[in-house]
Each structure stands twice: as structure tokens, then as C-alpha cells.
Design a protein around this ligand. Structure first.
Ligand code: HEC
Ligand code: HEC
Length: 376
């Protein structure tokens, strides 16, 4: 028997584990979103968050006592009464399952959590061309900013709700002295009621979901190129696409993918080959015919024709500007603002334009945030 005097066993181990997996996967995906080299963890925690939320909904119908939605107290009058009691009666008795505030909070987490996960999966496909919704990228990349805003605001709002929840628990702990902090650790709540029991079949179900969560996380992180993260953009083989471009424009630096600059920038660049960033490129180096051949290839693949994030974000930020170097675009400056000039000038990098030093595979058009590495 679990019974401790004056306490009810409300949250069995599996429920507590799910609760903490929800907390960890949300917080970890939130925090990892700020670091480019942790992006794969952001995705992995995002997916696990989605899995546990889905489980929690099913548990809301099929779970044990205190977990099901029909035990939730959702009437406005109960909520009002709950807060009135909270203010007026410091030593009130607490309820074994979800009180009206935590009932609402659970629904809020499920609702906003789902918006975050679905928004994230859509954003990953639409903006990055990756993951299970990558097929949406060429159709809807214009909506990237809208999706990004939704994804960010929903995440911040859930963080705010989580903060309110924690404050509520701390008030219970230190003002009402109901020992609430430990309820999600030990499973016991200081109240009257019946201990909860989890049937064998439910246990099998919940532990299978926990195993699935661990496995999915491991699967995504251990092999970053998988069906859940795959990019729709294949590496570009310039050698077969345009041998002249590959050979002549890959002589002094690796090939800059045509999709990184708008048409007019390329036109300017080809018009000014006589003074190409201090280098003199003449017909002796590249024949007129070849220049035209390369130019037509590059123009046909310029930023305007690409749904890659680098292309549409660069175009969007350029406005009327048509610089020769992408490093002049506000988008480029914004994403690199944390990198110091000393880093760019370091012997292994030498120049801002040496994208290839940090973006591995850029010369094959691969542009994935998980392949960024600053050499040191
Ligand atoms: C003689 C050497 C040489 C050749 C040949 C050459 N480039 Fe360059 N290119 C440079 C130098 C030097 C820079 C300045 C940046 C750097 O150091 O990488 C540069 C920069 C660029 C940039 C700007 C990158 C940025 O900052 O956004 C583009 C685009 C570019 N080259 C395209 C081409 C194309 C297209 C061809 C072929 C027609 C070509 N280059 C051939 C030397 C060369
Ligand atoms: C010193 C190394 C370095 C060089 C050189 C460099 N980058 Fe980056 N780049 C980074 C880092 C690091 C990030 C991630 C910044 C962050 O998220 O804080 C990044 C981010 C980006 C992003 C945004 C990626 C995303 O998916 O959000 C783009 C686009 C980009 N770089 C393009 C370029 C291009 C084009 C060049 C060359 C003209 C270049 N970078 C040169 C290090 C570099």
C-alpha cells in the first residue's frame, strides 16, 4: 500500500516522468534555439515535445484516475471559487487531482504546445526546406516570416505560462504550506482522497511512449540526415551543371552558388570582371564566349529563382540594393553580427567572403545550419 498518513498517492511514476519530459523537452528546445551549433538538438527536443503532448492527450481519455480530462474542473465558477479560497483561506484543503487552475493550465500547455510544434514543423519545411514538410518550401516560402513570428510568440507565451505555473506552485509550497513542490517528485499530495493505481496495460503503453521519446531523440541526434530532418536541396555538382563556371570561377576561390545573389548583382559582377575585387579577369583568362556561357548559367540560377532561405532572405533584406558581395546585405550582417572582425581576419578564414571556411559544403550549394563550424 502506498498510503502515507495525510497524503494521497496522486501522481504515479509514469505520470511524473511524462510531466518532466514535457518540461525538459520544451525548455531544452527553447534554449537550444539560440545556438546555431545546437540546432539539431532544437529539432530533436521539438519532436519529443510533440510526442509527449500527443501522448498526454490520449492519456486524458484513457489514463488513470486524476489524469483524465473528465476529472478536470473547468467551470468558470470553480476557477473563481478556487482563487477566492486561495486568497481568503490560507489553510484550505487541497484537491487530490487537478485543481481548476492546473486543469486550465494543462489545456493551455496542450494547446499552445501543439501550436509551437506544428508551427515549428511547418517553419522547418517552409523556411529551411527540411523535415517532413519540406515539400511545402517551393510553394510557401513567402510565408516564412509569418511562421517564424508565430513559432516565436507561441514559444514565449508558453514560457510565460510555465513561469506563472511555477509561481503558483511556490505559493502553494511556502504560503499555503501544502508541500506542492514535492508532489511531482514523490507523487504524494497532502490532501484527502483515494490513491491512484495504474493498470498493467496502461503501464505498458506509457513506458512504450517513454521508450519512443528516448529513441526518437537518439535517432535524430545520432544521424542528423534522417527522414525527419532531411533537406530537399541536394548538393549541386557544378562540374556537370556548368563545366565552365566550375572551372573558371572556381580558380581563385571555390564556386559561389549563383542562388546567393540577385540577377542584377551578377550582371554588375560580369560587367566589372576587369576589376573583380582587385583581380583583373580578361578575355585571356576567360574567353568572351565562355563569359557569356557562364553568365547565362548564373543568371538562370540567381536568387530570384530559388526558394532557399539564403536567397529569399537576402533578396528581402536588400530592397533596392544590388551589391557585388553578399556580405553587404543586411541579412548577412544580421546573421553574422555575433562574429567579431578579428575572427574573420584570422589566418584560417582571412576574409568575410570566405564563406567556405565556416560553411562546409557551400561550394556545392549545401547550406545547412548544422554544417557551420568556425575553424580555430
Ligand atoms: C583571378 C581570381 C578570381 C577569379 C578567376 C574569379 N574570382 Fe571571384 N573573387 C576573387 C576575389 C579575390 C574575391 C574577393 C573575395 C575573396 O577573397 O574570396 C572574389 C569574390 C567573388 C564574389 C563575392 C563573394 C561575396 O563576398 O559575396 C563572387 C560572387 C565571385 N567572386 C564570383 C566569381 C565568378 C562568378 C567568377 C567567374 C566568372 C569569379 N568570381 C572568378 C577572385 C577571383
Ligand atoms: C567565420 C565563419 C563564417 C564565415 C566566413 C561566414 N559565415 Fe555565415 N555563419 C557563420 C555562423 C557561426 C553562423 C550562425 C550564426 C548564428 O546563428 O549565431 C552563420 C550563419 C549564416 C547564415 C544563416 C544561416 C541560417 O540558416 O540561419 C547565412 C545565410 C550565412 N551564414 C551565409 C554566409 C555566407 C554567404 C558567407 C560568405 C559570404 C558566410 N556566411 C561567411 C559563420 C560564418
Amino acid at each position: 500500500m502506498n498510503r502515507k498518513f495525510g497524503y494521497v498517492f496522486v501522481w504515479p511514476l509514469c505520470t511524473r516522468m511524462i510531466h518532466w519530459i514535457i518540461v525538459i523537452s520544451f525548455l531544452a528546445s527553447f534554449l537550444t534555439s539560440f545556438f546555431h551549433d545546437k540546432f539539431i538538438y532544437h529539432i530533436a527536443f521539438g519532436y519529443t515535445f510533440g510526442i509527449v503532448l500527443t501522448f498526454r492527450i490520449i492519456w486524458g481519455f484513457l489514463g488513470p484516475q486524476y489524469a483524465t480530462f473528465n476529472t478536470f474542473m473547468l467551470h468558470a465558477s470553480s476557477l473563481k471559487h478556487y482563487f477566492q479560497e486561495k486568497v481568503n483561506n490560507r489553510w484550505r484543503k487541497i484537491h487530490p487531482g487537478h485543481n481548476p487552475a492546473s486543469s486550465w493550465f494543462t489545456l493551455i500547455v496542450l494547446f499552445i504546445g501543439y501550436l509551437i510544434v506544428f508551427g515549428g514543423i511547418l517553419l522547418y519545411g517552409v523556411q529551411e526546406g527540411c523535415g517532413i514538410t519540406r515539400f511545402l518550401n517551393p510553394l510557401y516560402y513567402h510565408y516564412s516570416n509569418v511562421l517564424l513570428t508565430i513559432h516565436q510568440y507561441t514559444s514565449y507565451s508558453l514560457l510565460l505560462w510555465a513561469f506563472i505555473h511555477v509561481i503558483g506552485v511556490l505559493i502553494e509550497q511556502f504560503y499555503h504550506r501544502t508541500n506542492m513542490v514535492f508532489a511531482m517528485v514523490t507523487g504524494y499530495k497532502q490532501c484527502d482522497g483515494i490513491d491512484t493505481k495504474v493498470s498493467a496495460i496502461r503501464n505498458i503503453f506509457v513506458y512504450s511512449v517513454i521508450a519512443l521519446v528516448v529513441y526518437s531523440f537518439y535517432f535524430i541526434v545520432s544521424q542528423p540526415e534522417n527522414s525527419l530532418t532531411q533537406s530537399r536541396f541536394e548538393p549541386i555538382d557544378f562540374e556537370t551543371e556548368s563545366p565552365a563556371f566550375y572551372e573558371k570561377c572556381g580558380k581563385c576561390h571555390k564556386n559561389y552558388p549563383p542562388y546567393m545573389l540577385p540577377k542584377e548583382s551578377w550582371v554588375k559582377l560580369f560587367d566589372g570582371l576587369e576589376n573583380h575585387f582587385g583581380e583583373k579577369i580578361t578575355e585571356n583568362n576567360i574567353s568572351k564566349e565562355m563569359q557569356l556561357d557562364i553568365k547565362s548559367y548564373v543568371l538562370a540560377h540567381s536568387a530570384e529563382y530559388s526558394s532557399r532561405k539564403l536567397s529569399f532572405k537576402t533578396l528581402e533584406s536588400l530592397g533596392e540594393m544590388r551589391p557585388l558581395s553578399i556580405t553587404k546585405s543586411p541579412y548577412w550582417r544580421r546573421v553574422h553580427h555575433r562574429i567579431s572582425n578579428e575572427t574573420f581576419k584570422s589566418p584560417l578564414i582571412k576574409d568575410k567572403s570566405n564563406c567556405f571556411a565556416c560553411h562546409h559544403g557551400f561550394e556545392k550549394g549545401i547550406f545547412d545550419i548544422t554544417f557551420i563550424h568556425i575553424p580555430q
